[in-house]
Design a protein around this ligand. Structure first.
Ligand code: FES
Length: 95
């Protein structure tokens, strides 16, 4: 699974760097470093809803909001990153 945090200019201003740092720590805490590739990505096209995070290469069974193995998550910040990871991303790992 790839977690791509937008570092486009709008998301950057809204704290992309903090989200990346927080995600790094969360991925380590949940001990899924071997399963998750954390990347920075260019503008994902949802600038007004940033910070935007795109989860790619999801192999979970069909979940409604996922299409083509991709999931977009909006309004991510350093304070809600762990809750979002726990509720929306971690279950997609099918562990
Ligand atoms: S700058 Fe992040 S979605 Fe456009």
């Amino acid at each position: 699974m790839i977690i791509k945090v937008c570092v486009g200019s709008s998301c950057h201003l809204k704290g992309s760097y903090d989200v990346i740092e927080q995600m790094k720590a969360i991925i380590k805490k949940y001990d899924v470093e071997d399963l998750v590739d954390l990347q920075a990505g260019f503008c994902l096209g949802f600038c007004s809803q940033g910070v935007t995070v795109k989860v790619e290469e999801i192999e979970a069974p069909k979940v409604e909001q996922i299409s083509d193995g991709e999931l977009f998550i909006h309004n991510v910040n350093k304070d809600n990153a762990e809750e979002i990871f726990a509720k929306e991303i971690y279950p997609l790992l099918n562990l």
